[in-house]
Design a binder for this molecule. Structure first.
Ligand SMILES: Cc1cc2nc3c(=O)[nH]c(=O)nc-3n(C[C@H](O)[C@H](O)[C@H](O)COP(=O)(O)OP(=O)(O)OC[C@H]3O[C@@H](n4cnc5c(N)ncnc54)[C@H](O)[C@@H]3O)c2cc1C
Length: 430
């Protein structure tokens, strides 16, 4: 019988899970290493709710492109040379997934996962989670038709769940967003996509969790996990020991080492992103806008315009490389000429939890009966937070609830990372 849950990590994934389990009637404790409130990727992101972008990061040709960009200090995709064995193993494994078959299967799995994303966000609002929510749609804009056609192949599979990407000419795009420059020749209008202020979402979830009686323990970095056989009994934060019936590992890029302590390492590595907020008012937008070739996200929030981009592998800390920030500002100017190209405002970074196959890791940790993982959401953690929490909730309840979700959840099971021989042993023991 599961009465209490301990969630490690108060990012958007941990908070969405805490909220869902508290609504199910569990006594929930959330532990986080940060001093107060969520930090890092869950607040430093573009805030898009975008099922239309259900394509995994490892795509055919993707790492080849990164290698061609190695010498450019402002490129949107970069693999930092690093001798760390976990980084080398991760990149080698990701390279193996950059093929058409895995890309297509991964996209199909993410599309199914995103089927209820919008309705789950609507339920948040109805249940009193307060956050800044925009339903104004999205534009994906390009300077060449070739780039748009390439991108369109990834949006087509999402139509089966009711998300559309309608091709428009440059002038039609400018009718919708006059700030777009003449360089923009073609684009896709995605009216169903939404965006949020990510800080308001995590604050709204934390507040609603507190209403539901969730206990928050900030300033608690989990450094140890105690087990008795197949059961984890407690987690350790310094000298403090917190016990529970169930444990959810939702520690973003730090989930891998925690899972290792529980006996099953997971290949989750950081994909560093950069961004900055512009309050000058030099450009006004209604839609969120993806600057296609530059891979930059622009998000209009109530009091600022947020720019975000860059995928840097091999960087494990939050340090800010000004070249990458300038790269984002320069490309923004090429699509939005009203935006000044020089000296972007003070920026920020966020570490996306990446997996080698580009799919999140959601479900039971092999070898332990009461540990679940919710991590590895890459570029889609905000979008996928509510459905991740739903899967965890169904798996905790078990029975019919778990069966109803089993098909959707299967591609994301941590067990896919078991070594082949271990995978057979885990299957036999289950
Ligand atoms: C530039 C950028 C733009 C993005 N844009 C979007 C977007 O538009 N839409 C979208 O859906 N996604 C987007 N993402 C991705 C999204 O931000 C992430 O997938 C998501 O934030 C991951 O959330 P998380 O809760 O798993 O991890 P995190 O936000 O990293 O939270 C993990 C938490 O765990 C805590 N923690 C870590 N280790 C421990 C420990 N040992 N003990 C206790 N606590 C611990 C940390 O302090 C942290 O609070 C973007 C990301 C970036 C960087």
């Amino acid at each position: 019988m599961t009465d209490s849950a301990v969630i490690v990590g108060a990012g958007v994934i941990g908070l969405a899970t805490a909220y869902r389990l508290a609504r199910d009637g569990l006594a929930v404790t959330v532990m986080d290493a940060a001093h107060a409130g969520a930090a890092g990727a869950s607040v430093n992101n573009a805030g898009w709710i975008v099922p239309i972008m259900s394509a995994p990061v490892p795509a055919p040709g993707m790492l080849g492109q990164a290698l061609r960009w190695m010498a450019r200090k402002d490129s949107p995709l970069y693999v930092r040379p690093s001798p760390r064995p976990d980084h080398v193993r991760f990149m080698t494994s990701m390279l193996r997934h950059c093929n058409p078959r895995d890309f297509q299967q991964g996209t199909e799995a993410l599309v199914s996962l995103n089927e209820r994303t919008l309705s789950l966000f609507d339920e948040y609002e109805k249940d009193g989670v307060r956050f800044e929510f925009h339903r104004t749609g999205q534009l994906l804009v390009f300077t060449t038709r070739q780039a748009m056609d390439g991108y369109r192949a990834t949006t087509a599979p999402v139509e089966r769940i009711g998300h559309t990407a309608l091709p428009l000419s440059g002038d039609e795009l400018r009718d919708l967003e006059p700030a777009l420059g003449k360089n923009v020749r073609v684009g896709l209008h995605c009216p169903q996509e939404r965006h949020v202020d990510p800080s308001s979402l995590v604050a709204g979830l934390e507040n609603r969790c507190q209403d539901l009686g969730v206990r928050f323990l900030h300033d608690r970095r989990v450094t140890g996990i105690r087990s008795r056989g197949r059961v984890v009994t407690s987690v350790l934060a310094g000298s403090e020991e917190i016990s529970g019936d169930l444990f959810v590992l939702a520690a973003g890029v730090h989930t891998g080492p925690l899972a290792r302590q529980a006996g099953f390492p997971l290949p989750i590595q950081p994909g560093k992103g950069y961004g900055f907020d512009d309050t000058s008012g030099s450009v006004a937008l209604r839609h969120s806008v993806y600057l296609g070739e530059a891979k930059v996200a622009v998000t209009p929030l109530s009091d600022r315009l947020r720019f975000a981009g860059t995928m840097e592998f091999g960087s494990f800390d939050a340090t800010l490389d000004p070249h990458r920030l300038r790269g984002i500002a320069h490309s923004a100017h090429a699509y939005l000429p009203g935006f000044p190209p020089a000296s972007p405002p003070r920026g920020w970074t966020g570490l996306r939890p990446m997996t080698p196959d580009g799919l999140p890791v959601i479900g039971p940790l092999p070898g332990k009966d009461n540990v679940l993982v919710a991590s590895g959401h890459s570029m889609l953690g905000v979008t996928l937070a509510p459905v991740t929490a739903d899967i965890i909730s169904a798996q905790v309840k078990g029975g019919q609830h778990a069966s109803a979700m089993a098909h959707t959840a299967r591609p994301f099971a941590p067990q896919r990372f078991a070594p082949r021989r271990g995978r057979d042993a885990v299957r036999r023991a289950a």
